[in-house]
Design a protein around this ligand. Structure first.
Ligand SMILES: Nc1nc2c(c(=O)[nH]1)N[C@H]1C(S)=C(S)[C@@H](COP(=O)(O)O)O[C@H]1N2
Ligand SMILES: [Mo]
Length: 522
């Protein structure tokens, strides 16, 4: 008998024709899609059923884990390259890397199935590890990734099995790709759709829109907004408000599940829930938030009416011990901010804010509760989705950005910006309104000056002073003459201190320098 005898080697089990490598690569990508799709959908289901308070979707978890391990230079590069799209860019990057890895594993599967399956499972394990190390992760969170990975392994092994013994490997792969691709795409879409809306959190936020808030309303003085076209509005609508955070997926917390603990160096730990907070007498305050990453002339700044309960009153219930000088704020997603204890207990009215411009906080801006502290950059004060305030010391605890090259303290620096005319604009000769904003929160602005080319500095007209905690609009009527001109602005705070003219980058504690725009006059 020869080795090729039909008696020993049935027709159907003949050595299959080796599949082209690129077939394998496509199989790998489709297997990856099936895995991610099913896992995303299962994760959304877990969240919708209230069975997870972590980040059970593997792509989001890997992205989040990556952000938390990003060195400062890479973070700066991402923000300067992608701006506030940096997280979208990271998600796209994660998906591209995963597709490449899946393709490579699929190619391997076309030649050697077992090592390929092991490699595929390993990628699943990495995803599961990312999920399980996200803040708030519970045991159930691993299930979506396990389910997805098992389905992906099944797909890959079926695809690679020889035709005729239950496999479809050597058969025309088109149908398999179409089916697998459809399952992956539909589940991924459904998963992100369910994950994005219709959750208990959305229901709870919608219901709160019509619930009246206790406390006195604030009236914004007429004249705080100069109404100059192109100038940033004094109050920035929620939809236009800048957003900066490390959250790959915006946390969706049901207000009824929200708790805030006061821990650390206190006489007694206190826990605050939503019902209790809602029963408090609220205050309304105008506060301008600013990001420490804002470049000179940048737009990572915005002003809103915030409604909330003073943090001071909550801390008083806990009784901070002497020796404490800092409060480490923690959010549901693990972000931390170190705020001077004094800034939360003095008369500046740091708030546990529940409303932004009269609406329940948008999810992106911290629903159900965030902290707002006048005078401090966001990264050391404005914790969104806040869940814990630990009274401690700067010596003992270090916050998220302070371990990544940013200063532990973050008082906002005096600055000013020209909004109109825009840099590079062409304007008509004659009277031109040069206008912008200036800020030094919790001190206030007393004077703004504009310089045209090398002429002497001239005083601009300030808008009505609505609050020392906000930016202030200014306008200067310029008699523009034809040609190219440079416009500069500088602000003085309420103590008469001019802003620093020295050029400094955002890191480690905020940019300084003069905003200059060049315009053409015809
Ligand atoms: N939970 C959480 N809160 C956060 C951050 C964050 O990454 N996570 N970023 C802070 C930073 S750096 C800024 S500038 C402000 C921005 O607030 P906004 O997105 O509502 O404008 O939020 C702060 N609060
Ligand atoms: Mo920030």
């Amino acid at each position: 008998m020869t080795a090729t005898s039909p008696a020993t080697r049935p027709e159907t089990a003949q050595e299959p024709v080796a599949r082209p490598l690129w077939w394998g690569a496509v199989d790998g990508v489709v297997a990856g899609l099936v895995t991610v799709g099913l896992a995303t959908l299962a994760a959304a289901a877990l969240v919708a059923l209230g069975q997870s308070s972590g980040q059970p979707a593997p792509i989001a978890a890997v992205g989040g884990a990556f952000i938390d391990r990003t060195p400062p230079w890479l973070k700066d590069f991402a923000v300067s390259t992608f701006g506030t799209n940096d997280k979208r860019a990271l998600l796209v990057g994660t998906v591209v890397v995963l597709a490449l890895v899946s393709a490579a594993i699929g190619g391997l599967a076309a030649r050697r199935l077992v090592p390929a399956l092991v490699a595929f499972a390993l990628v699943g394990v990495i995803g599961a590890a990312a999920v399980m190390t996200r803040p708030g992760a519970g045991p159930a969170d691993v299930l979506p990734t396990v389910l997805g990975t098992v389905a992906g392994l099944w797909f890959l092994s079926r695809a690679s099995a020889p035709a005729g013994v239950g496999g479809s490997g050597a058969a025309n792969p088109g149908r398999r790709w179409l089916l697998g691709g459809a399952v992956g795409a539909v589940t991924a879409y459904l998963g992100s759709y369910v994950g994005g809306g219709s959750s208990a959190a959305t229901v709870s936020r919608d219901a709160l829109k019509s619930v009246p808030v206790k406390g006195t309303k604030l009236a914004v003085p007429a004249g705080a907004d100069l109404g100059v076209p192109g100038l940033a509005p004094y109050i920035v609508p929620n939809a236009d408000f800048y957003r900066i955070d490390t959250a790959i997926v915006v946390p969706h917390i049901d207000a009824n599940d929200w708790r805030l603990k006061v821990t650390g160096m206190v006489d007694r730990e206190v826990e605050l829930d939503w019902k209790t907070l809602q029963g408090k007498e609220m205050q309304e305050a105008l506060v301008t938030l600013t990001c420490v990453s804002n470049e000179v002339g940048g737009d990572l700044i915005g002003n809103a009416v915030w409604t909330g309960w003073p943090v001071r009153e909550l801390l008083a219930l806990a009784g901070p011990r002497s020796g404490a000088d800092m409060v480490l704020q923690t959010s549901v997603d693990g972000f931390t901010a170190s705020t001077p204890l004094a800034a939360l207990t003095d008369d500046r009215n740091a708030l546990l804010a529940i409303r932004m411009n009269g609406e329940p906080l948008p999810f992106e801006h911290g629903f159900p509760v965030r902290v707002v502290v006048p005078g401090l950059y966001g990264y050391v004060s404005a914790t969104k989705w806040v869940t814990e305030l630990k009274v401690t010391t700067y010596e003992k605890d270090v916050a998220y950005w302070s371990t990544r090259g940013w200063s532990a303290m973050g008082p906002i620096k005096t600055a000013s910006r020209i909004d109109v005319p825009r840099a590079g604009a062409t304007v008509k000769a004659g009277t031109v309104a040069v206008a912008g904003v200036a800020w030094h929160q919790h001190t206030g602005i007393s004077k703004v000056e504009v310089q045209v080319d090398q002429q002497p500095w001239a005083e601009a007209r300030l808008a009505v002073d609505a609050s020392i905690d906000t930016w202030r609009q200014w306008v200067y009527e310029w008699q523009a003459t034809p040609g190219s001109h440079e416009l500069r602005v500088r602000a003085y705070d309420a103590k008469g201190e001019p802003q620093s003219p020295l050029e400094a980058p955002p890191a480690p504690d905020g940019a300084t320098g003069i905003h200059v725009v060049t315009v053409r006059v015809e």
